[in-house]
Design a binder for this molecule. Structure first.
Ligand code: OAD
Length: 242
């Protein structure tokens, strides 16, 4: 891949760097994306199951889907794209990572500063007392009752129609505002708030680089669109960061 001198200079001179990732970064690890053709479970689309209404209508069904996803993710490992971002965090003290993914693969690859704006599938939260628990697949398979208040426990992830955690969202907005270089990686832009972060970054003067196999809802904000797989493109870029 040819990297122009202008881009190399951006890499060298940008102090605050942000990466916003979506399901596409985990695709090469074998985790199905949301809107790709492997994203279906049984006959359901994610949008039909990842809602409070679906959960309270049929918690068993929604838990069954989450347990299937958790088991699937447990067998997967980070890919070169995740490792490249972990390396970037080591190289640059003002690098930050916001992910929409709930799979925990960024953490597994060694990244430490991660804002998981859509939660984490391996954490659960009581629907009543809000106490959170690290999930233990075996315990969950036997019971979804909150040990504290006996209500039902749910995955601690953001569902369609729910509001973002205010603190996390404010942190994400402030990073978007101050970052000079922003990578948008493997996200379709079907969800409004993450696209809004890209817009805010762009409006505040950031140079935006998108890495995706296809154009997306973010592409209109991209100064540079790198078409291809994140696991192939990102590792090529990191050596330019000194
Ligand atoms: P999507 O499934 O909507 O989009 C995945 C994106 O990754 C697409 O734009 C693909 O073109 C791209 N892609 C696939 N393979 C890739 C690869 N190897 N390298 C680079 N790009 C690749 O997933 P998200 O945009 O993450 O929210 O979805 C956003 C949110 O919608 C999710 O976090 C989830 C879902 O509803 C919640 O659960 C709240």
């Amino acid at each position: 891949m040819q990297i122009s001198q202008q881009i190399k200079d951006k890499f060298k001179n940008s102090k605050n760097i942000l990466a916003l990732t979506g399901a596409g970064i985990s695709a090469e690890s074998g985790v199905p994306t949301f809107r790709g053709k492997e994203g279906l479970w049984k006959q359901y689309r994610a949008e039909e199951l990842a809602t409070p209404q679906a959960f309270f209508r049929d918690p068993k069904l929604v838990w069954e889907w989450y347990l299937w996803r958790m088991e699937l993710i447990t067998t997967k490992s980070p890919n070169p794209a995740h490792f490249a971002l972990a390396e970037l965090e080591n190289k640059r003290s003002n690098f930050n990572l916001i992910t929409q993914n709930v799979d925990g693969l960024h953490k597994k690859s060694g990244s430490k500063k991660i804002i998981e704006i859509h939660g984490n599938i391996f954490r659960n939260r009581c629907t009543d007392c809000d106490k959170t628990y690290d999930s233990d697949l075996l315990i969950l398979k036997n019971s979804t009752e909150c040990p504290n208040c006996k209500s039902i426990v749910r995955p601690d992830v953001l569902w369609f129609g729910e509001s973002y955690d205010t603190d996390l969202l404010n942190q994400a907005i402030s990073l978007a505002e101050k970052s000079e270089l922003v990578f948008i990686i493997g996200s379709s832009g079907a969800v409004g708030i993450p696209v809004e972060l890209a817009r805010i970054a762009k409006e505040n003067g950031a140079f935006v680089i998108e890495i995706n196999t296809d154009q997306s809802g973010y592409s209109r904000y991209a100064d540079l669109f790198l078409q291809g797989k994140a696991g192939e493109i990102l590792p090529e870029l990191i050596p330019y960061f000194v």
